[in-house]
Each structure stands twice: as C-alpha cells, then as structure tokens.
Design a protein around this ligand. Sequence first.
Ligand code: F6R
Length: 614
Amino acid sequence: MCGIVGYVGAKPALDVVVEGLARLEYRGYDSAGVALLSDGRLATAKRAGKLINLRKALTESPPPAGTLGIGHTRWATHGPPNDRNAHPHTDCGGTVAVIHNGIIENFATLRAELEEGGHTLRSDTDTEAVAHLIEDELKTAGDLAEATRRVCGRLEGAFTLVAVHTGDPGLVVGARRNSPLVVGVGDGENFLASDVAAFIAHTRDAIELGQDQIVELRADGVTVTGFDGLPAEVKEYHVDWDVSAAEKGGYDYFMLKEIAEQPRAVADTLLGRIGADGRLTLDEMRISDQELREVDKIIIVACGTSFHAGLIAKYAIEHWAGLPCEVELASEFRYRDPILSRSTLVIVISQSGETMDALMALRHAREQHAKLLGICNVNGSTLPRECDGVLYTHAGPEIAVASTKAFLTQLVAVYLIALYLAQVRGTKWGDEVFAMVQLLAQMPEKVEKVLETMEPVRELARSLAGEHCVLFLGRHVGFPVALEGALKLKELAYMHAEGFAAGELKHGPIALIEDGLPVVVVVPPRVRDVLHDKIVSNIQEIRARGARTIVIAEEGDTSVEPYADTLISVPAVPTLLQPLVTTVPLQVFACELATAKGHDVDQPRNLAKSVTVE
Ligand code: F6R
C-alpha cells in the first residue's frame, strides 16, 4: 500500500526520493508525488498513475534543487486516484507538506471543524486535514515536532505521517501509529521510509520505530520520542541483504527471480536451526520449552497466501506435535469471540509483518493473554516486535506482489515449529524428529529439481491463456496447495479460479465441470494409499464429464497416467512436505499464463504488497 520516503542530507533530495519511490513501487499504488524544501520554499509535484507520469512532470517543470524532500506513492482509499488527491498535501499557506499511510477514521469531523475555522481543503482525502491541523498547531506549538505530536493526539485510526515545514528547512518529522515506518541512518544524511528497500542503496543501518513514536530527522542526527514527548528507546539493526537483492538481476520480472530463488530461500530458512546432533534450536523463539509444554491449543491466524501456509501447518502440528490446531483468517478472527487462555499459542504468519488484519488479530489475542509467536520475513517490522517469540523466514526481500519464495519459507518455518514442539513435548522420539529434519534438509535440492523441469508447465500455461476458468483440486495438504494455485491465478491472470477439497467435489463443485474445463489436481504420494486412490477416482469422475485434467503427481506414479491430459511430475517427498514441491509448478503456471495475457505480474491490478489498512 502507500509508500513513504523522506530524506535529509547533502545529496539532491529529488533524486534520492524518486529513486526511493521507485523501490517502493512494488507495494502497489495509483498516484505519486514529492515535496522539496529549497531556500525556505516548498515545491510540490504530484501525478495520478505510475511514477513515469510524475517523472515526466518533474522533467517538464523541474522544482528548485534542494537537499530535503519527501515522497509518496498512494493507494487510494478516500477519493479517486487523481492529481488532486495524490500526496503530499499542503496547508492553506503552502508552508506545511504532509504525506500519510493509513486511514484517519475521524477525518470527517476534523474536516468539518477545519472548514468552519476558515480553512480551504482542496482534496477528498483524509490526509489533507492533517496539514491544516498542523498549520493551526504551529501557531502555538513552537516547532513542527510538537505540532505533529499534538495533531496525532487528535487522530483516530492508523497513520504514519511525515511532515515538513518551511519554518525549519532542515527537519523532517515522522509519526507512526499502526502503519510501517523505518529510519535509515547514513553518514551526514538520514532517511525515513515505509520499508528499507527505499534507502538500501544508501545505507543498511536502520532503526525500528515503535507504536506512537515521533522521529525528528536532521542531516546530522535522529531523535525519537513518544507521542507523550518523552525520549523513546529505539532498536537499531543492520539489514542483512543489499541493493542487488532488491533488483531484477537480469530477470524480466521480480516474480521470476523470486521463484528461481526458492531453493536458496528454503536453505537459508533452515540454516543454523539444525544442530549437529539433529536437534532443532530456534533461537528467536523467546518462549521457553516449559511454556511450550504447557500449551494445550494452537491457533494460527494469517491472510491470503500466508493463511494457506497456516492451513498446511495444521496438518504438521497435529500430526507431529499432537496438539489441537485451528487456522483462521485474521480478518475474521478478531471479530468473533475466540476462546483463548494463557495456555493457547497463537501463531501469526505474515511475510511483511505489517498486514493490518494480522496485527489486529495479534493484539486481540494478546489482550486475552495467549502466547504469541510470529512467522515473519521482514526484520524491523511490527509483527516480530509485538510477539513473544519469532521465527524469521530468510527469504530475502520479496518484491513481486504475489508471494512465492515467502510462502515456501513459511512452510519451512511451520515445519520447524511443529517438529520443535514434537521435540520439546516428546510426542515423537528424538530419532523420528531427526529423520524428518534430515528430509527437510533435502528440500532445497528437491525444489531445484522441480524448477529444472518447468518448460512443459510454461507451454501448458501459454496454451490456456484464452481460458476463462481453471479449477484446482487437492486433498489433505494438497487442498491448501489447490487454494494457493487458484489464488495465484486470480491475482495474476485475473481469471476465475477456485480451489476445492477433492472430497467435496460431489457436494457441489462437480456441477461446474464442462467440456474442456481445465482442472488441476494435486495428487498425494502413493504412500498415502487411501487418499491417493480416492483422488485418482476423483480425476476419473471429472474426466468422464469432459474436464481437461492437469495432474501433479510424484515421479513414477504411473497409476495417474491414463487419466491425465497433462502430467506434471514432481520429486517424491513425504506427504507433509509435498506442498514444497507441488506449489512451485502452480506458481510458474500462473506467472506464465498471466505474462502470456500481457499482464504485469509484479504489480497486478488493484493489489498492494502489504495491506496496511483494514
Ligand atoms: C498473495 C499474497 C497475499 C499475501 C497477504 C498477506 O500472493 O501475497 O495474499 O499473502 O496479503 O500478506 P502478509 O504475509 O505480508 O501478511
């Protein structure tokens, strides 16, 4: 969603800010703008559409050079994505500029009050009210930080705000509640951004900002205080990837690069977690073994693709750790009355660590004293900070909107957690855990093997580019894989795609089958005889009704050959680990089909990389 960049230093601010915005494009947006302070004057430029429109406007009418600036990519919430509603927004006098990520829920009241007080608001946004409120507060507050602090006290909802004022041309002020904001610490220059990708080309030293904090950014220093004005404790960290990780590296799309990076991402997520004796150590767990032994129920909450990882986790946790496990969409969880206690472990899975629904679900669980464990890919994000323990997935930055490598590493993380629980709770013998861990360690190689055989999948995808609907079927852990395959196709190819539990077929979905309808079926390993044979029957049932069957099965599974119009073979792996190899062809399939339709797979329409509003 909205991307924020702020810079103060010695470099031309316009270049730094626009380059930062380009690195945040992946978050999803529909307009962009910048504000620069130069010689005590404020210059702004903003345009609807992609960054190219803003760049063109800046070339046609260059603003005066300056070394302090802010920039924004907007994902419209209040008011359509046009030039007028694009950020930054300014006050009546054109001395204050503000950018914002989030939703100010009481903006209608504030706007009415401002208009009554004589202010003229020019946009439909909730954000503009903030510029005018700061204008008022500056009359008595003395400085921009204090004025912003006072205004924050009046706002309801989620907001990250960044403001500049002609009265203090060396200062950028940021305020954070619920929406992401990190500081980049440079040498004689400092940065603010929604995430580190915006400034990674300049510095890898960062500071996490906590809830309800104000940061004052000057070229020679950074000061962080709470909304209460008191000095705040900050956590500094070093980003462990560099600018090349956030670049396409010769691929046409980030998504292609990220699919290809999966063997390494899986290996990195396992790294350092398997001891020489085969025992697992999860250092950042921060929940003691004794506390884990006292857990009597697990609830997993997540959204989208991360939710699908949670669905797969349920099978692993129940099987290996013998604990009851529920999985729930974060957006639903927080609006019902889940029964939680001190012995409930709530696992929140989020690639970005900033998904608003996931964070709200986490806080809901915290209020009920549950233990909280996060699975997250982004160091410095909100989720790990608010959980009792965390397991980082070391996928590296995921830039394409559609999640691929993050999903595979989330699977690795949930397998590690399930096996760790089995280890500390003694639900599996040590050698059983060890044997499974050894198999897990072979997964990077297996995923690599899948990637080497994807050309027929790409060909198939291109041949189906004219279709309007594709169904996906699976059983057991293959069911969430079917859901994930359908989600990838919906979001990238904008096609009707549904995932079903194959056992449910005769309870309704079979009515959808018609001549030539492509149906992808994920077949469990033969070792699970019962399920395997049942799904082979399902394939026959749909084929008899005209479906075009695309079957994903383990190599050597000849029993499915007679019923598969297309057979995609994947390496044989244990049932619970099979999603690691069966998901990959579905990612490749969706990516290729969408590309064949001429879509930008990195930035699908209407979507944002991290959904930081409800
Ligand atoms: C789909 C996708 C989304 C995310 C969802 C949750 O490809 O990427 O469905 O999985 O928005 O995002 P995180 O994991 O950041 O909480």
